[in-house]
Design a protein around this ligand. Structure first.
Ligand code: SF4
Length: 310
């Protein structure tokens, strides 16, 4: 299985760093279009807790992001190495005026050292105008669309108040593939959602693989097309509906041992052309209520490395 850094290395020919950005969007699950209050785990920052302020211009956000990775960028002799993927992460980054949003994506791509664009969104928020615009960009730049799915269990989908369906997800995947097969699609799943059994979680992985392999197997030149997956364990942040459920004893997060044992069963379900983008959450410590094991990122990554080599 190809690692994410190998995959990016093969695409860009160098090491890349992601810079998280805020396009100034909200979410249809917050403004009343699809729902209010958002998904039960979503923070006030719309999952963009490490992103620079949306009050800054896109180039200023990028400059701020570059400073965060500056130490990693310098080689032994002090020369600058590596390039950047700009990652529109906060809320639903395709939800808004398509002209303005596409302008922001292009502005970000024009900044020095930027080689790729990643956009996080919901499957029901890819308007024809946005998708056409992203397809155009993908003819000259690497483009990655990250789709939240979280689970393929519709009942859980309702419990977490995601306000879109599996059909929305399938439709989005097929539309992206039809419009621009070169766009790299990444699906986000969450383990440990309310009331989910082990089989529910493994079924979500099977669901992603099933639809990915239908549309992603090979391109017109018979080359295998990679697709991406992110799996994280659910964590509880302050001021969320999940936090209130936790206080009422209606929800308990999974332990590290349980999460790892789930991954051990899930990873063999992924085919060769699946790129694993993430297996750890990255909760902001100032907002985290539980579980505390998710903050020890270095240790978790070490243990995950061993797990992946099994
Ligand atoms: S779809 Fe994303 S941004 Fe919107 S409420 Fe859910 S997690 Fe938050």
């Amino acid at each position: 299985m190809q690692t994410l850094s190998d995959f990016y290395q093969s695409v860009f020919g160098c090491k890349t760093y992601k810079i998280s950005l805020d396009a100034g969007c909200t979410c249809p699950n917050r403004d009343g279009t699809k729902g209010t209050g958002g998904c039960i785990f979503c923070s006030q920052a719309g999952s963009g807790d490490f992103v620079a302020s949306r009050k800054l211009s896109i180039p200023d956000q990028i400059e701020q992001g570059k400073k965060l990775v500056e130490s990693k960028l310098r080689g032994r002799s002090g020369e600058r190495r590596g390039k950047f993927i700009v990652y529109f992460q906060s809320f639903t980054s395709t939800y808004g005026d398509p002209v303005e949003l596409l302008e922001k994506y292009r502005e970000a791509l024009s900044c020095e050292g930027v080689v790729g664009l990643a956009v996080a969104t919901r499957p029901d928020c890819l308007s024809p105008a946005i998708l056409q615009g992203l397809a155009e960009i993908s003819r000259t730049h690497f483009v990655q669309i990250e789709l939240g799915l979280q689970t393929s269990n519709e009942k859980t989908g309702r419990l977490i108040n995601r306000c879109y369906t599996n059909e929305d997800y399938i439709e989005a995947v097929y539309r992206i593939r039809e419009t621009a097969p070169q766009i790299h699609i990444v699906t986000h799943l969450i383990f440990g959602l309310t009331n989910e059994s082990e089989e529910d979680m493994l079924n979500s992985v099977r669901f992603v693989v099933r639809h990915a392999s239908k549309v992603f197997e090979t391109d017109e030149k018979n080359r295998v097309i990679p697709f991406g997956i992110k799996i994280t364990s659910l964590y509880i942040l302050k001021n969320t509906h999940l936090a209130a459920m936790y206080e009422r004893n209606e929800y308990q997060p999974v332990s590290k041992e349980v999460y790892f044992s789930l991954l051990k069963k899930a990873l063999p379900l992924l085919p060769e052309n699946c790129i694993i983008h993430r297996l750890t959450g990255d909760p902001p410590k100032s907002l985290l209520i539980a579980p505390s094991w998710t903050t020890d990122k270095k240790r978790i990554l070490n243990e995950l490395h061993k797990l992946l080599n099994v």
